[in-house]
Design a protein around this ligand. Structure first.
Ligand SMILES: Cc1ncc(COP(=O)(O)O)c(C=O)c1O
Length: 398
């Protein structure tokens, strides 16, 4: 067997195993990634891909960033896990960092491991207000645990798991009047994404988030922002909103760990917080994940990656926006939704993958891209060329 043949067999073998491991909860992947460097990934057969998805807005520094590897291995050599019986300097440093980012040195931080858990903590906190009613938006995505799913405004995802939490009112996203009406003095918490990510990168109209904040102040409701997909510099700011806001609860996950599982619920303002024993997580604030997060935040600051996200985002908007068959490129920074004229998003994504570019479709007409924040002009040019080629190839389909 030649070297090439043995490599090709590797990919096929993995593909068989995916069916065993993942089939019941995920679509079976056709690609198995074995390594990566920066904005590029390599599959089991040695094929290279330009990564315009970064683990769905997660690998902020791309793959195998040397400083991240150093931070993680240095911490591993010291101690890899404790428990919440003991403090560790990395998670304390990270908590201070998050306070600085939100601009409130009184903010409390609850660490967990995933976006759903960060939202779950917020839902439990909302119960400490003595109220139980919640408001969320249609089309939202907040996670798959029962609490987070109860606030996820998607019928298809909720239906098989009912009954979910009662007392959740859903309103159309971006409609300030509707959400204002829904929030009353009996509402415990309203949970909103600064930009709806899973729903195809929907940016709300200016003044929407501020308007919700004002209504929450009038009614004594907790204003909670799910910055899990928009946060950690992806949209050109720490959390993904542009205006000056003072939310009571902010959730981050995905990008913060640079690929390691870490999430945080930032608790401030009017929000009550947990008393000892009311909530917890074995791995939350794990020193290795916290060391990774501290490095991610340091690199974003030092390398000015938020500015880069905005710059590269506008470059993509203008280059992709000119391609025939593209109606609009929406979003901010490096969280973008490419809206197509025709329902060929899945075909375009499949064709891009053949051309060695990874992206994903959130619906028949929208392709979502969320590349690493270290993206350069060279990668934007390669993406534009591949995208244009796919659109041309698929011009006459459907
Ligand atoms: C806005 C938002 N909230 C919550 C989640 C859930 O995060 P996780 O998959 O880490 O539980 C996601 C994941 O895509 C998300 O985009």
């Amino acid at each position: 067997m030649t070297k090439v043949e043995s490599k090709a067999n590797k990919g096929a073998d993995f593909a068989k195993e995916h069916a065993l491991v993942m089939e019941s909860s995920y679509a079976t992947p056709s690609i198995t990634i074995v390594r990566g460097k920066g904005c590029y990934l390599e599959d089991a057969d040695g094929k290279r891909y330009l990564d315009f998805l970064s683990g769905i807005a997660t690998n902020a520094l791309g793959a195998a960033h040397p400083d991240l590897i150093d931070a993680v291995t240095t911490q591993m050599r010291k101690v890899s896990h404790l428990s919440n019986f003991y403090g560790n300097p990395e998670s304390l440093k990270l908590a201070r960092e998050l306070q600085r980012m939100i601009g409130d040195d009184e903010a409390r931080i609850f660490f967990s491991n995933s976006g759903a858990e960060a939202n779950e903590a917020a839902i439990k906190i909302s119960r400490l207000t003595g109220r139980t009613r919640l408001v969320a938006t249609l089309g939202s995505f907040h996670g798959r645990t029962i609490g987070a799913l109860s606030l996820t405004g998607q019928e298809k995802k909720q239906k098989p798991f009912r009954p979910l939490l009662k007392d959740v009112k859903f309103v159309p996203y971006g409609d300030l009047e509707a959400i204002t009406r829904a929030i009353t003095k009996r509402t415990a918490m309203v949970l909103v994404e600064p930009i709806q990510g899973e729903n195809g990168v929907i940016v709300p109209p200016p003044g929407y988030l501020k308007g919700i904040e004002e209504r929450c102040a009038e009614t004594g409701t907790l204003f909670a922002l799910d910055a899990i997909q928009t946060g950690i510099g992806r949209c050109g700011s720490w959390f993904g909103w542009e205006e000056k806001l003072a939310p009571d609860l902010v959730m981050v996950a995905k990008g913060i760990g640079g690929g390691l599982p870490l999430a945080a619920t930032i608790i401030r303002g009017r929000s009550p917080h947990f008393a000892p024993g009311e909530h917890g997580s074995t791995f939350g604030g794990n020193p290795v994940a916290a060391a990774a997060a501290n490095q991610v935040l340091k690199t974003i600051r030092e390398k000015k990656l938020m500015e880069r996200a905005l710059m590269m985002g506008s470059l993509i908007k203008s280059s992709i926006g000119k391609i025939d068959g593209v109606v609009e490129v929406r979003g901010r920074g490096l969280l973008l939704g490419i809206v197509l004229e025709r329902p060929i998003a899945k075909e375009v994504v499949a064709d891009l993958s053949k051309l060695g570019v990874l992206a994903n479709s959130t619906s028949e007409q929208v392709i979502r891209i969320a590349p690493p924040l270290i993206l350069g002009k060279r990668e934007v040019d390669s993406f534009t060329r591949a995208f244009s080629k796919s659109m041309n190839a698929l011009r006459d389909s459907k």
